[in-house]
Design a binder for this molecule. Structure first.
Ligand code: GLV
Ligand code: MN
Ligand code: MN
Length: 427
């Protein structure tokens, strides 16, 4: 690999202007949009500048290989490699770090390792690869971690190919126009066999490292943490149907307004979630059809995100919310239909790999804690198939999926150092 000396901040600075959303603030980088495509091209150029061998697999996952010296670059010599990576797509109006921090940190960590190899201090026993996963956020086609779900077979490719974006384009059509063959998409045993261990570095997305438990009286604490678990989570669509009509001529008593039903349900969602410690339930997206100021909607679709450590509790919460939706719909003269769009159980990361991560990270950051997260990640999907682990980098704002998501430069550097040490120790 060519030795480069980029820091994670100089790498992120190069993509700072790509996909900025001047309406929502922050970044909107949906998968296969011009912005996300530019980011993929940026990544490929960075990987090639390091002499990594780049390919895009059948599911649209980009792989950048740092093979063992003199190896034939084939499946057999790549089997059981050490793989790290993240994603470049974003939620609408998201922050700069969710995804790109993991990709840029992996590039910078490879640079650290290349320098160690050049000075003769790095011993490698297996290949390394850096991966970029498509549609991690599910912000375009509705199913989060779509690339890793396809890779592992966690989603039926037929279901994935029929997903539609807000403009009605199917995933099959969008994938084809981005050079992929829909007929070949789905579980990829050869690609899975190439992953011996998977490590994802990610911005911490809450206040996990900013609590009193992890900081001293002066507010100082570790810049990084090691992932322990991912909260089970899922997405459901609730469609309220009523009578579309004229806002001026329809008397209040004559209405069957699905917006009024949806509004009541949003408040109920909070009420139901508050009955369970550790539950989170959110309605972050609601679409009236046809959506006119002077039009009583004929239908309102709303999307529900529910998370809880116990998958049975998640199911119970969704059932309760559905029951409330039916009651409200009946009272308003409307009907309601519930569709599950995705579901992921709680994931506990591989204990042996997690202990190895702790050991490596503790050399520089002796107080780096084990941290659970409420956010979903490709590492969580991959954990069903291969040992997976995560490193989180402190987020002083504690805010994520928002333009205010933030990482200090020195914390990003600490993340790269931790990732480089982890990779070196696992090689
Ligand atoms: C992805 O970031 C999610 O947790 O929804
Ligand atoms: Mn995210
Ligand atoms: Mn992410």
């Amino acid at each position: 690999m060519n030795v480069q000396t980029h820091t994670v901040n100089s790498l992120l600075a190069a993509i700072n202007d790509i996909g900025r959303d001047n309406t929502r603030g922050g970044y909107s980088r949906p998968v296969y949009s011009p912005a996300e495509t530019t980011l993929r091209e940026w990544f490929i150029a960075e990987a090639q500048a390091r002499s990594l061998e780049v390919s895009t697999d059948v599911n649209g996952i980009i792989w950048a290989w740092w093979d063992m010296p003199g190896s034939p670059k084939d499946e057999a010599s790549r089997r059981g490699a050490l793989v790290t990576g993240s994603h470049l797509d974003s939620v609408p109006g998201g922050g700069a770090f969710d995804g790109p921090l993991g990709v840029a940190s992996a590039l910078a960590a490879f640079d650290v390792l290349a320098a160690r190899e050049a000075e003769g201090s790095l011993q490698r026993n297996r290949a390394l690869a850096l991966t970029v996963f498509p549609e991690e956020e599910g912000s375009r086609f509705g199913v989060a971690c779509l690339g890793s779900r396809l890779l592992t077979g966690a989603i039926d490719p037929a279901k994935a190919l029929n997903l539609r974006d807000a403009d009605g384009n199917t995933f099959a059509d969008v994938a084809s126009s981005n050079g992929l063959d829909p007929a070949r998409m789905g579980r990829d045993d050869a690609a899975l066999a190439s992953i011996g261990d998977f490590i994802e570095l990610h911005v911490e997305q809450g206040r996990g490292l900013n609590t009193e438990e992890h900081t001293d009286a002066a507010g100082r604490g570790p810049a990084v943490a090691i992932g322990s678990s991912i909260l089970g989570h899922g997405r459901w669509r609730l469609s309220f149907s009523g009578q579309g009509n004229h806002a001026g001529t329809t008397l209040m008593v004559d209405r069957a307004d699905p917006m009024v039903a949806a509004a009541q349900l949003v408040v109920k969602v909070r009420e139901v979630a508050r009955t369970q410690a550790d539950a989170r339930a959110t309605v972050g997206r609601l679409e009236p059809v046809p959506g006119g100021t002077n039009v009583i909607a004929s239908r309102v679709d709303l999307w529900l995100d529910v998370r809880h450590p116990d998958d049975a509790v998640t199911a119970m919460l969704v059932e309760k919310i559905h029951g409330q939706a039916q009651k409200i719909a009946a009272f308003e003269g409307c009907s309601v239909a519930l569709t599950e769009e995705s579901l992921s159980g709680t994931v506990n990361f591989d204990p042996t790999l997690t202990r190895a991560l702790e050991k490596s990270v503790h050399r520089r950051e002796p107080t780096a804690p084990l941290l659970p997260t409420g956010a979903g990640h490709d590492a969580g999907v991959l954990a069903a198939e291969v040992p997976s682990g995560m490193i989180y980098v402190r987020n002083p704002s504690g805010i994520s999926h928002s333009p205010e998501e933030y990482v200090e430069h020195h914390d990003a550097a600490a993340g790269v150092a931790a990732l480089a040490d982890v990779l070196e120790d696992l090689l």
